[in-house]
Write a protein that binds this ligand. Sequence first.
Ligand SMILES: [Zn+2]
Length: 85
Amino acid sequence: MSPAGDEVGAAESPAASGGSWYGLVDIASEAVQKFEDQQTRAPVACQDCGEPLRTGPNGENYCPFDGSIWGPGPRRIGQISNTHN
Ligand SMILES: [Zn+2]
């Protein structure tokens, strides 16, 4: 019934948006941090065939398709031997 009530609520939000801006900066830097982590940690998919990597018993990230073990870089750091091929 009273649209003025909504306007009062909207007028209060600019004060809160100041905090949101800094929140966005934090999110952005956090995204950069995650990106850098991906560059220094093992990839999530095989660089040869794009197959999602699985985690082996020793924590290695390997491709279930061709058995390649991927490390930071990403670069191939090995090959699992217990494949069914
Ligand atoms: Zn692969």
